[in-house]
Design a protein around this ligand. Structure first.
Ligand SMILES: Nc1ncnc2c1ncn2[C@@H]1O[C@H](COP(=O)(O)OP(=O)(O)O)[C@@H](O)[C@H]1O
Ligand SMILES: [Mg+2]
Length: 205
């Protein structure tokens, strides 16, 4: 096995699906197995990422097309400053959300999916993109969302449908997130380890 190959893993899911928990646990497990690992998240730590975080904290509503462009701009910074350099250092990069989240969240707000894909076409395709599936009610109850509950349920339900559509198209790999933390962790780790060995044994699939 050639350790000198960076591998890019993405974890997706609706709010409260367990992305942050399971992607951090994945990094811990990979690290224990001796893999050089980099956890990262979107919005990124960059300039536009900070702007997006503040916008969400302030809950100021901007048009979803503008959101699409800002997320794409943040992603450009994320790819240039974090993802590509870490892959260049042959790390396993685990990203907590990526462009699939733009397709799902801005798509759910009526932005054309083809256009979302176009403005994100610079973003390199990951080696493996996992989708943690959790029913909307359960996911929202995990994060104790207080704010206008119905609105959240409706939006997250549309988001989930779009994610499931990407699973059908084989863009995302389905993981049942509605199980114990240990069971989900095990699947996420197994799928990742399989992908790492295939990549490091020279196959591009
Ligand atoms: N498989 C699971 N079983 C039970 N609780 C979970 C599971 N995955 C995540 N959680 C809990 O649900 C909450 C939301 O998880 P988090 O990883 O922050 O979600 P996300 O990043 O997708 O919004 C956290 O309190 C987390 O500990
Ligand atoms: Mg999170």
């Amino acid at each position: 096995m050639n350790p000198r190959v960076g591998v890019f893993i993405v974890i997706e899911g609706i709010d409260g699906a367990g992305k942050t928990l399971h992607s951090k646990n994945l990094c811990i497990q990979l690290h224990r197995r001796g893999f050089d690992t980099r956890y990262t998240t979107e919005p990124s730590e960059g300039f536009i990422g900070g702007l997006l975080r503040r916008e969400f904290l302030n809950r100021t509503k901007i048009p979803p097309e503008m959101e699409t462009l800002l997320f794409a701009a943040d992603r450009f910074e994320h790819v240039q400053n974090v993802i590509l350099p870490a892959l260049g250092q042959n790390k396993i990069v685990v990203s907590d959300r990526y462009y699939y989240a733009s397709i799902a969240y801005q798509g759910a707000q009526g932005v054309g999916v083809d256009w979302i894909r176009t403005v994100n076409s610079f973003a390199p395709k990951p080696d493996l993109a996992l989708y943690l599936d959790v029913p909307v009610d359960l996911a929202l109850s995990r994060i104790h969302r207080k704010k206008s509950l119905m609105e959240n349920v409706e939006l997250e339900s549309r988001v989930r449908e779009i994610y499931l559509d990407m699973v059908k198209r084989n863009e995302l790999t389905y993981v049942d997130g509605n199980r114990s933390v240990e069971a989900v962790d095990r699947d996420v780790l197994d799928l990742t380890l399989k992908k790492i060995s295939r990549r490091r044994e020279g196959s591009s699939t």
